[in-house]
Design a protein around this ligand. Structure first.
Ligand code: ADP
Ligand code: MG
Length: 226
């Protein structure tokens, strides 16, 4: 469960303060698939950064499974991220000098996992890339790179997956394939997903759709299960 209470973020823009996220109250129950929509600059990435503890809110409280993360130090935050949170970015962020398999296994090795290679190999299979495991990112298409990034994000079996426009650099068909995998993983593992997207069709797949505008919630829409 993620709980936000009066969470806002104000930054300095030149010499004047600019509130980029207005005070927000939000509960994200465990296992919920939440889509965050909104025009460019509406505060979507800011919200994800706060959920991940990458940025600190200016006001308010963020609880993840009952733990107040806004008062944690860097080490505790890093531990929380490595134990609970997986990330996927628009631009993949793979390490170019490592193969697909190594990009996935390195996170497991750092976390001290036993059989990191075997687990990475299974994850690469889960995202449909068994035949591409030994390719480098430059040898993979955008969609394939995003699958590797997804496998890496899932490597530590996170209870929360944060994805910032993961299909933003992909054509719509490839984007849909990525989302199909996300949905399969969600069905299989039941983790909480917060997906930032511009794509209303992808947002419609979520349990709840949060629409931001100018740093504030414009609309929150609960989708009834089909
Ligand atoms: P989105 O992801 O919805 O496109 P962002 O959350 O990245 O929007 O940004 C919201 C607004 O806040 C934008 O206008 C952006 O330029 C501004 N912004 C974000 N981070 C900072 C910062 N560190 N300093 C100043 N302005 C920022
Ligand atoms: Mg953004």
């Amino acid at each position: 469960m993620i709980q936000l209470r009066h969470v806002s973020r104000t930054v300095m823009s030149g010499s004047s303060p600019l509130t980029i996220l207005q005070p927000l109250d939000l509960d994200i129950p465990s296992g919920q698939f939440l889509a965050v929509l909104g025009p460019s600059g509406s505060g979507k990435s800011t919200l994800l950064g706060l959920l991940a503890g990458l940025d600190a809110p200016t006001t308010g409280s963020i609880l993840i499974d009952g733990v107040e993360i806004t008062t944690l130090g860097e080490d505790a935050l890093a531990r929380l991220r490595s134990e609970k949170i997986g990330f996927v970015f628009q631009s993949f962020h793979l390490i170019p000098s490592l193969t697909a398999l190594e990009n996935v296994s390195v996170a497991l090795e750092i976390a001290g996992a036993s059989n990191a290679r075997a687990r990475a190999s299974a994850l690469i299979g889960d995202v449909g890339l068994a035949g591409r495991a030994h390719h480098y990112p430059s040898q993979l298409s955008g969609g394939e790179q995003q699958r590797v990034a997804l496998a890496r994000a899932l490597a530590n079996n996170p209870s929360i997956l944060l994805a910032d426009e993961p299909t933003g650099n992909l054509d719509s068909q490839t984007g849909r394939q990525i989302m199909t995998i996300v949905q399969q993983v969600h069905a299989a593992r039941g983790m909480t997903i917060v997906l930032v997207t511009h794509d209303a069709e992808l947002a419609a797949l979520a349990d709840v759709e949060l629409r931001l505008r100018d740093g504030a919630v414009d609309q929150a829409i609960a989708h009834t299960p089909a």
